[in-house]
Design a binder for this molecule. Sequence first.
Ligand SMILES: Nc1ncnc2c1ncn2[C@@H]1O[C@H](COP(=O)(O)OP(=O)(O)OP(=O)(O)O)[C@@H](O)[C@H]1O
Ligand SMILES: [Mg+2]
Length: 253
Amino acid sequence: MRNRTTGVPVALLEVSGVAKTFGALRALDGVDLSVVSNSFHGLIGPNGSGKSTLLKAIAGDHFADNGRIRFDGRDITTMRPARRSRLGLSLKFQITAVLPELCVYDNVLLALQAHQSIWGLLRSNSRRALHGEISETLDRFQLLDRADDLAGELSHGQQQWLEIAMALTQRPKLLLLDEPTGGMSPEERRATGELLAPIRAHCAMVIVEHDLDFIKEICDRLTVMDNGRILDDGTVEEIERSAKVQEVYTTRV
Ligand SMILES: Nc1ncnc2c1ncn2[C@@H]1O[C@H](COP(=O)(O)OP(=O)(O)OP(=O)(O)O)[C@@H](O)[C@H]1O
Ligand SMILES: [Mg+2]
């Protein structure tokens, strides 16, 4: 979406001056972040710098103590998480949340059904449509041949892909991913980059990662956090040249 007069892309997500404290700790201390539609935005920074807290504030898992968050033209600062999700915000946490005792197919089915009315579910043509959508989703994430296996039997990387696939069934406008490649093998990381790339056609992404090579490869812009503040923000090339960022990464990470 672009501003009609200036032609400048309008931000899909606009975080301004967001603060969050836990007791005496300032986990977020006046954070600004702007993400445009169909872009991949990386969030990096040392352990405890506030990355997960920021994603949770955007998704509504925590409420900001101060500041504003706008999403797709609306102020969502005090909106409940379920409403934010209905507007097109989807968060996948650091820890996998698939149901291990259910088969892979049924995990995706449950995620899809969460958005259907009971009457829609009872219609047989709707069930056929669901089957097509589940198969297509599993195929896209290289999981079709594992459809009947228990989700708990998948490798760690495949479980992460399943969870991303489940998040995408909600057709979000913005997907928030917290360390999706944590614990993955190098081969699974490479495959994750390839699986995420096509999402850009219909969805923007904010992704937290410690693997700098991975994040530089897939993101358009990077925001660097340190001690609950934004240390720097820019294109991948700008951040690579940033003296402030180099200082933090060479002395503390
Ligand atoms: N629910 C909570 N209660 C108290 N303190 C918290 C809570 N959540 C986070 N914190 C603290 O807030 C600070 C920021 O934590 P956060 O999890 O956002 O960091 P992070 O950048 O995601 O770190 P990591 O890279 O290790 O995942 C840390 O000092 C953390 O201990
Ligand atoms: Mg974290």
